[in-house]
Design a protein around this ligand. Structure first.
Ligand SMILES: [Zn+2]
Length: 112
């Protein structure tokens, strides 16, 4: 019993703070107006940029017309967006994205 207790505590690490290792961006397809949420992993999607910042180039495909969009984003060392460019669509704010995709509702519902 004592051993089991020790094992349990050993295998349930408690991160003091759940850090979000991702950057979330929201885009709208320029053709079908689908809103797409993209998760960028700080450790895998970002490249070291100039002046200690980061750079990411990400190809994004929406789930409606499957048109490819290319996002290029420059961030500073604190992961704050310095510049962003999107070919094939436009960036949305989180609020715009949520307004475009009401929770629990299929964004591809007919009539939209
Ligand atoms: Zn589209």
């Amino acid at each position: 019993m004592g051993l089991l207790d020790r094992l349990t505590s050993l295998f349930s690490p408690k991160p003091s703070k759940e850090a979000d290792d991702a950057i979330h961006i929201y885009v709208e397809c320029g053709r079908c107006k689908s809103a797409v949420h993209v998760r960028l992993d700080k450790r895998h999607d970002l490249s070291q940029g100039e002046a200690g910042g980061y750079f990411v180039r990400k190809e994004i495909m929406d789930s409606k017309c499957f048109r490819l969009m290319t996002a290029e984003i420059t961030l500073d060392s604190g992961y704050r967006v310095q510049a962003q460019d999107l070919q094939g669509g436009r960036f949305l704010s989180k609020e715009e994205f949520e307004a475009a995709t009401p929770s629990g509702v299929d964004p591809r519902r007919p009539g939209s």
